[in-house]
Ligand binder design. Sequence first.
Ligand code: GLC
Length: 561
Amino acid sequence: MTDQLIAPSAEHHGAAASVSWWRDAVIYQIYPRSFADSDGDGIGDLPGIRSRLPYLRELGVDAVWLSPFYASPQADAGYDVADYRTVDPMFGTLADARALIGDAHGLGLRVIVDLVPNHSSDQHEWFRRALTEGPGSPLRARYHFRPGQGADGELPPNDWQSIFGGPAWTRTTDPDGTPGDWYLHLFAPQQPDFNWDHPAVADEFRTILRFWLDLGVDGFRIDVAHGLVKAAGLPDVGAKTEWHLLDVGVSPCFDRDGVHDIYRSWRTILDEYPGERIAVAEAWAPTLDRVANYVRPDELHQAFNFSYLGTAWDAAAQRRVINESLTAMRQVGAPATWTLSNHDVVRHTTRLLQSDEGDVAGRKPAEVDPVAGLRRARAATLLLLALPGSAYLYQGEELGLPEVIDLPAEVRQDPAFHRATGQDGYRDGCRVPIPWEGDRAPYGFGPPDGGSWLPQPQNWANLSVAAQQGDPASTLELYRAALALRKADPALGAADNLRWCPAPEGLLAFERGAALRCTVNMTNEPIRVRRPGEALLTSGPIELSDDEVEIPPDTTVWWSV
Ligand code: GLC
């Protein structure tokens, strides 16, 4: 079988450029600490991931995106990087990373790594020296150090709030023990923001990009891509307390036009490498048109579609966001992307039912009926995989994992949880290690006595890969079947060819190419329509007669027409 594969290493790094592999790619997010633990310390690692790559090949995805595995004190699960060119010993070694990339390429899988350019760890050498060398240190200019306000500088330099809650500034102590300047951190205090106006910062990241490109990675996911550039003078926000929620032109630190110069310079580096190395932006911007700015032809390749992720399970709203996404991306010639889950949001098996209760962003998880949640999640996935463009899946969603909502406070690690007024704080529940096999924790995540850094629920045996494999009714087999059909049908994914069909209220119906129709019942009642053709794949049971079909609530059907 292996010799039938077109390994990215051969086509991608060879003379012939591949044809925009990323435009319709299905990219699977691996959260390294929760995927597979090879050494039994309860934390997933790179050798663990390597050992499970054949599973991903069989699942049918095109690429993996790995959340950060670099040297880090883990104040924000690795999104606080102390050394951008080193693998944290908790995850393995650079040799493991190289081997993982090689194995993945051998299996026809591409590898995207996370790049965290908005901030470093407070343990990064530049920041440590900036502190120990004191106020005169030239390294301070690479971050945002400022004197405080008030008679003794006891007040923060401006009124910005951290995304994780509390002020976005922390006061330093000078080497002589007296209170000193403050530094800016849009996230946790252990994540000082870089000053991107400093040429050394820009130079450093260009060499970091090359380091990983030379190692063979196929692309980067750019963390907080909208945050790097701040308004000159770091002005107060004033009364707009919800400023981080982004209104056009309001935020002094998000979605500033200056970020685009950075991405244009990165694009020239990506383009220097053979094949198509890509970058995907985690860019929170106020409108889809502003998001599209990140994927203009000379900038990054893709941007996550958080508008779609945050849209309620409602036919009119879904149709609107799908149209707006396609229109915005078409204007710049970029493919749309679609995501339902990632490591920052409530798993969609839980969240999509919650949206009925009004919490669309799903940041605060609530208990939902697991059967109804799974039914809706499966329907949502078949919708997602029928849309034009690129799809991002998050590890464990192919198993239908629900959000774990009852983690005790003492095991929770999300820094936002511990800064109680933060906007998030609930991100541990989607990060619980995934079950591979067996009837009790850690369900093959690691050796039987290895445990797991977050406890797994006692009732996950039926959700394991081994339990679902080969069962046609399972969610795992639904994903496999959908991905196989998507791969076999060039009209799916690839071109921007979605055509809406007339349909009763609450039913989404669209065609892709000449031969495939997707229908989604987003209401709470069954809907009976004329049967469009042969049912290729359904997210749940349907009732067919010769010329009619009854589609139950929360059910998606792919038809061959
Ligand atoms: C991004 C990451 C998130 C992290 C934050 C700060 O939003 O996805 O997990 O906490 O950036 O780096």
